[in-house]
Design a binder for this molecule. Sequence first.
Ligand code: FMN
Length: 199
Amino acid sequence: MRGVQRIEEEPVRVLGIVGSLRRESYNRKLLQAAQRLAPANMQIVEARLEGIPLFNPDRGIPVPTAVQRLKERIRTADAVLIATPEYNYSIPGVLKNALDWMSYPPAENPFDGKPVGLIGATTGNFGTLRAQLHLRQILAYLNADVLTRPEVLVARVGEKLDPNGHITDPVAQELLQQLLQALSRRVVERRVLRLLHAC
Ligand SMILES: Cc1cc2nc3c(=O)[nH]c(=O)nc-3n(C[C@H](O)[C@H](O)[C@H](O)COP(=O)(O)O)c2cc1C
């Protein structure tokens, strides 16, 4: 069991993806709150979507460099944390576009079996609930290992910032911490399973 204890102490590397290109994105602020609240052994680094071209299978071989790089960053991360806005009851096109690239070609899908946490902030009343449901559906096709609890839905986010622009809402912070701990546990569980399979 010494191997299991060592696994629990290993760093957990999380790739953060924000589904908004907006400079003052609330969802990036939410990801930044997650970075501040992450457990000591967890590091969350953002991969930005600005350089991802519009999906076109005609441009799929060779895969554009920015797409290849995102695939590699997801593949080598222990887990992914997606902070998405809600646009017209769904996820923004920039995020769907990036996920379409990740799914193509299917044999190179870096989300296959990857632990994923979802978070979202909206200026509206429902905290990206509908967007997250759509995102779960998309990630089900990609065979990602998406956590179901807790749901981190930050409604009326514009009222939940401190003077530094940090999201300091105690409920949001508590839910974020719970989600990050659950994500860390899922990563450890997968490592233990790999260890057992290797024995
Ligand atoms: C095109 C567009 C569509 C939107 N649709 C919704 C929506 O369906 N539901 C909702 O709660 N908010 C909606 N909003 C408001 C967004 O939640 C809000 O703009 C949010 O701040 C966007 O996230 P960001 O700050 O990370 O860019 C929409 C905003 C835009 C620009």
